[in-house]
Design a protein around this ligand. Structure first.
Ligand SMILES: [Mn+2]
Length: 396
């Protein structure tokens, strides 16, 4: 039996302000191709299917198409909601969808029943646990000595997983798989994951997920194994969703044979843009041959210039069409360092050409907005500066 483990699709998410719909559509198409060419029986999506609890219409339509494509390619689908999803919305129609081969495990109020999945004379038993909000999930059962256990993510998850694990006793000889959306202690996060619980109570001990042949995790965007001997792993997200995700993206192909996990393979995802953060003076970034390979990347530029540069985003985009962020690196703090804000408009830097007020304003908008102001903004600035000059009786 062949199973693909993936997670954190975040359908509907943007990269900075840039839409990712085409990249997400390309990923879902590629995944369906993998299902067909590799004979995949089951696709597991371990949470954060959507980016928001109330996804946009286009995001819903994209997921609908993607799930149809996976079904047409021959796979059954098993989904849990993540902390970005609304369990109730994602779970709408779950019983009817299951009849069509898409199993959405979204009940966050009752511990999971193991689900026996059979394909081609082979079987696996799955314990699928939706993301549990410690505040709304059933309270943790008291300790054996009668004392209350705190409402941590680890405790509510442990109760659900434990109930599912206990019920596995009736499936002897069948390999078991748990699906969960959690931050397992010791794993490596990125800037993309929202903190799950206030006060650091979100980390779950790996032992909570022990006792399964494989644990398909979602939440962290970096693919990685955790928990020592156990086959406990994050597939990671299929696309980079922040500049901290400068690692390769993949899905995991898990092969079951003779009642156990026979192999696990990471299949690289060939679609989507990698990310790169580059630092230097604007002039260096625009000319350094070392950056030649980044023209297809999402690029964040950290400028080390001591002076504010004219329209840095526009100039960067001539070389890096997918530059989406430009900031000045922390300056050394010499008094009087100019930044285009503290300096009086139109005042020149020593040795430089005086700058027009319009350019100063547009440069500021670009710096704080992270992108070149659009034509309408330019017209507005020119109009406003002109009106201001006329009002002052200046050179309008
Ligand atoms: Mn998440």
């Amino acid at each position: 039996m062949r199973i693909v483990h993936t997670s954190d699709w975040h359908i509907g998410r943007r990269f900075e302000r840039e839409p990712l719909e085409e990249d997400q559509r390309a990923f879902l198409g590629w995944l369906a191709d993998q299902v067909a060419s590799r004979g995949v029986d089951l696709v597991i999506v371990a949470g954060d299917v959507y980016d928001r609890s109330l996804p946009a219409e286009d995001a819903v339509a994209l997921l609908d198409d993607g799930l149809d494509a996976l079904r047409s390619a021959g796979a059954t689908v098993a989904i849990i909601p993540g902390n970005h999803d609304s369990a109730r919305r994602l779970g709408f129609g779950a019983r009817r969808q299951a009849l069509g081969g898409v199993h959405v495990f979204a009940d966050d109020q009752r511990p999971p029943e193991p689900w026996l999945f059979e394909a081609g004379g082979d079987a696996a038993v799955l314990v699928a646990v939706p993301y549990l909000d410690p505040l709304t999930a059933p309270a943790p059962v008291p300790s054996p000595d009668g004392s209350a256990r705190p409402r941590t993510h680890g405790n509510v998850l442990a109760d659900f997983v434990g109930t599912g694990r206990d019920a596995l006793a009736r499936f002897t000889g069948v390999p078991s798989i748990a699906i969960a959306h959690a931050y397992v202690a010791g794993a490596v996060p990125s800037d993309s994951e929202k903190v799950l619980a206030v006060g650091g109570a979100d980390a779950v001990d790996a032992s909570v997920l022990g006792g399964f042949d494989y644990v398909a995790l979602g939440h962290l965007h970096r693919p990685q194994r955790v928990g020592g001997d156990h086959a406990v792993a994050y597939s990671g997200s299929p696309l980079a969703y922040s500049f901290s995700e400068a690692h390769a993206k993949s899905v995991r192909l898990v092969e079951l044979a003779d009642g156990a996990v026979a192999s696990v393979e990471e299949i690289p995802v060939p679609v989507g843009r990698p990310v790169a953060t580059i630092e230097g003076t604007l002039e260096a970034l625009l000319s350094d041959p070392a950056h030649e390979g980044l023209t297809g990347h999402w690029v964040a530029a950290r400028l080390t210039d001591d002076t504010t540069q004219v329209q840095p985003m526009e100039r960067l985009r001539r070389r890096f069409p997918f530059a989406v962020s430009v900031r000045y690196a922390a300056r050394s703090g010499a008094p009087g360092v100019v930044d285009g804000v503290g300096r009086r408009a139109g005042e020149g830097i020593a040795g430089a050409e005086p700058r027009r007020v319009e350019d100063v304003v547009l440069g500021f908008l670009e710096e704080v907005g992270g992108r070149v102001p659009g034509e309408w903004a330019r017209e507005l600035v020119v109009e406003a500066v002109g009106a201001s000059r006329r009002a002052e009786g200046g050179d309008g």
